[in-house]
Unconditional design. Structure first.
Lengths: 241, 241
């Protein structure tokens, strides 16, 4: 069982249409999530919720209903609030994709997370947005950037599931990734070798080496790759001296 | 204007609920898509479609209705069919994320693409699936892997928009990426240098070099980086000989 099932809570704030609650339940179960909290839903339970939940009836059956967001999130250590891009309020903001990676890391450490979704017509209020540690936006076309609430939940749950799968795959790699210290040492070793080979244009040494550093950081090598590159550089330096 | 707007057509096959057509229109416009084709919709136009389209009324207004898939896709050069994972039929299959990268590349070259979505209750028939060049699946939890049709469209359009944004960012890089031929030459140059340095364990030379090749391919270097690495290897070889 992936920890997103256990440690991620989806919170719908004052949803008007019960059909949306059902659609959210299905979107969650499709992506392996189970914990749904409702804050003052207008109509629930309701036949439209049941109809749209499909085979996610168990998610609806286990819904928790609260009269305030504060009550719903009290056991969560990290709160994300979904928000449209054009808010004037300044807050740490992540895309759905970025948030999903972060959340996967949190729940892997058994940290409870809540993700707030606002009303169909006007989202979350500024006061509600300020209950969150971070804001989460779904990149969308500027001509019409406002997704339906169930669609927003689907995209966020999809990204969470993708991140969980990636995490699962990575945990089966046979070599762990280089730590940042090991990566720094590799870059330093490469820079020294470049200098020893007299390769850097003295007119502009900084720019190209900044680019090469950026390249190594993008590479994100594992232990096997990084150690082979270190061995390669060592052998090169032996020939120079 | 990103080419996904112009060259990607979403095709809904025999949709039963007009509300889903409206939701798809909104999901498309949210992600910058505009071309919607309907094959024998049960009810359309319909007030439910209009209600759920929100501000994507223009997408509904410009819908093309056909009586067969063949007619709808005749100007498309690449056809993707969305499919559940458990089909018995063997076909080239991509995830939504993989397909989005591929489609971004196709439409950047002005190649028309159609993506087929099946009926709410039973998807696409085997005959319809065989009209497609490739199948597209949305990774989902095995307990309940079947997404609502509008949700499937949302996820696919979201991935297309993400790929388009990424492409846009990359197109502003100051150096173009290495071509696959240039990358092959770089890898070959590295392999020769490793051999000249007598670095490869004669007991298992293949495995480590396969890993290093995989590393270079993952790196996806640009011209500036690739050329600097070639210059580096050239300088190293000069010292060896």
């Amino acid at each position: 069982m992936n920890p997103i099932n256990r440690y991620v809570q989806i919170v719908l704030v004052e949803t008007s249409h019960p059909g949306n609650i059902g659609s959210v339940a299905r979107a969650m179960k499709n992506m392996g999530l189970a914990n749904l909290a409702l804050i003052n839903p207008k109509k629930f339970p309701h036949q439209d919720a049941t109809a749209l939940a499909g085979n996610a009836q168990d998610v609806l059956d286990n819904v928790n209903i609260f009269s305030s967001i504060q009550e719903a999130i009290k056991s969560s250590k990290m709160i994300y609030a979904t928000s449209a891009r054009d808010r004037t309020i300044e807050w740490p903001t992540l895309t759905a994709n970025e948030a999903a990676s972060e959340i996967q890391e949190l729940v892997s450490n058994e940290i409870e997370v809540s993700i707030l979704f606002g009303r169909e017509d006007r989202g979350l209020t500024n006061e509600e947005l300020q209950l969150a540690n971070k804001h989460l936006i779904i990149p969308a076309h500027p001509d019409y950037p406002v997704l339906n609430i169930a669609m927003s939940t689907q995209v966020v749950c999809y990204e969470l599931y993708q991140a969980a799968q990636k995490n699962f795959v990575e945990s089966w790699q046979d070599f762990p990734e280089y730590t940042s210290e090991e990566l720094n040492n590799l870059i330093e070793h490469f820079n020294e070798t470049v200098k020893a080979l007299e390769l850097v244009d003295p007119k502009n040494p900084k720019q190209i080496m900044t680019r090469m550093e950026r390249m190594f950081r993008r590479l994100y090598p594992d232990q096997m790759e990084g150690n082979f590159l270190r061995g390669f550089l060592k052998a090169v330096n032996k020939r120079i001296k």
